[in-house]
Every structure is written in C-alpha cells, then in structure tokens.
Design a protein around this ligand. Sequence first.
Ligand code: B12
Length: 210
Amino acid sequence: MTEHPLYIAVLDGDARGARAAVEEALNAGADPQDLLSSYMIPAMDEVGKRFDDGEYFVPELLIAARAMKSGLELLRPLLAETGAKPVGTVIVGTVRGDLHDIGKNLVASMLEGGGFKVIDLGVDVAPEKFTAAINEHHPDILAMSALLTTTMPGMKTTIDVLKQDGLRDSVKIMIGGAPVTRRYATEIGADAFSESASGAVREAKSLLKL
Ligand code: B12
C-alpha cells in the first residue's frame, strides 16, 4: 500500500502526481472507492501522524491536503455515480469558527460513494445556517464536523437551536472530528458518532436502517 504512487503523492503533497496516479489507476480499471480507502485516506492518516510526531509542519499539511483534493476532484463524480437513486440525503458542514475541512470532505466523499446525496455547507457554519438548510432540503441526516476543542460546543448549540425551532426530531444527527468522542455525542444528544470516514458511512446506513 505504502509503495503505491497515489499514496506516495498524497504523502509528499504532490498534487500533480496525485492526479496523474488517480488517472492512471482509473485507466487501468481501479475501483474509485478502493483508491480512496486503500491509498488516499491512509496517506492522510499518516500525514496527521507525522504532524503529531513533529515530523511534518503546517506547510506539509496544506500541500498534502491540496494533493488529496486534486485526486478527489477526479474521484468525486465517479463515487457519486455508483448508486443510481440516493439512499438518503445528508447535510454536512464544519461548525462555526472552525475552518478544518479535510476530514469533513472525506466524510462527504465517502457518503457520496455509499450512495447518499450530500449537501456540503462548507466550513464555519453557524447553527442558523444548518437550520435554514434543513428547512430547505429536508435531509435524513445532519453530519457535523469539528476539529477544535473550542468549536466543538457549536455542535451542542446547533442541536439546541434545532430543538428550539422544532426541527430536532425531523433529522438524525451524526458528529465527528478528531476531538469528538462517543461520550460527547451521547452527552449532547447526537444520534451517532464515528471516528472515521468509512465508519461515518456505516453509521449513516445504520441510522436509516439500510
Ligand atoms: C490540517 C490541520 C490544519 C489546517 C486545516 C486545513 C484544512 N483545509 O482543513 C490549517 C493549517 C488551516 C489549520 C489551522 C488551525 N489549526 Co489545525 N490541524 C490540522 C491537523 C494537523 C490535521 C487535521 C486533518 O485534516 N486531519 C486529517 C483528517 C483526515 O482527519 P480528521 O479531520 O480528524 O477527520 C477524520 C475523523 O476525525 C472523522 N471525521 C471528521 N469529521 C467528521 C464528521 C463526522 C460527522 C464524522 C462521523 C466523522 C468525521 O473522519 C475523518 C476521516 O477519517 C490537526 C492535527 C490532527 N492530528 O488532527 C490540527 C489541529 C486540529 N489544529 C489545531 C489548531 C490549534 C489550529 C489553529 C487554531 C492553529 C492556529 N494557531 O492558527 C488553526 C485554527 C483555524 C480554524 N479557525 O479552524 C489543533 C487543535 C487543538 C485543539 N485541541 O483544539 C490540532 C489538533 C493540532 C494540534 N495538535 O495542536 N489546521
């Protein structure tokens, strides 16, 4: 796995190389989902590890993220294609004050790959923006991401606003992100938690009893 050009390109932050490796693998008949889960996600996991170990710094993270994005651009439409009719609709977003979107984008892509229609509200999403989107799109699931301990409470605030607006029971809520725990999910009354993007798909399917 770690020898694969796609893994190496993401780890090295080589955007052009990542795109080329995706193209080449697809031309050779590779499965888009497999490229994502076997090479790209493990490479980003390794990037996170190297950052924690003081081996990588913010610039390396940013270029790795850019390489990931450039590979994902080619995969996204193919991942979305796999299911004919969406199995459900999910609104995703990173909570207010938080600009981290790599994990959230992975979750969104994996959900698309799992056959869900995904509406991505982006980063720094205020509770009111989540509620407006729920009113507009009537999703089955709201998936919130937070990477900072200081922004994590935004998940609880969003759930509180949903309750106030009488929307809480109209949608299942799934949360995640590095500092988020199952215990926190239970504490704030979320319906599901996962620490990985592939787990997010499993949880989403289980929430909808699929
Ligand atoms: C990359 C990164 C950045 C990039 C973000 C680029 C981008 N476009 O996202 C930049 C450089 C911009 C950045 C900025 C900052 N960062 Co930063 N960043 C990181 C870093 C190194 C990696 C995060 C990442 O992308 N990991 C890879 C992805 C794949 O993993 P993930 O996000 O955890 O997502 C996975 C799971 O958590 C899960 N998941 C994620 N979301 C969801 C949602 C749902 C619903 C589900 C089910 C699952 C799920 O699935 C994903 C895939 O497996 C982390 C360190 C770390 N190890 O987490 C610090 C980290 C999160 N950052 C940190 C900090 C402090 C900051 C800054 C405040 C730094 C500063 N002083 O300016 C700013 C804040 C900016 C802001 N307002 O948001 C701290 C947070 C500390 C804390 N306890 O709160 C960390 C932990 C670094 C550290 N060790 O100190 N950061």
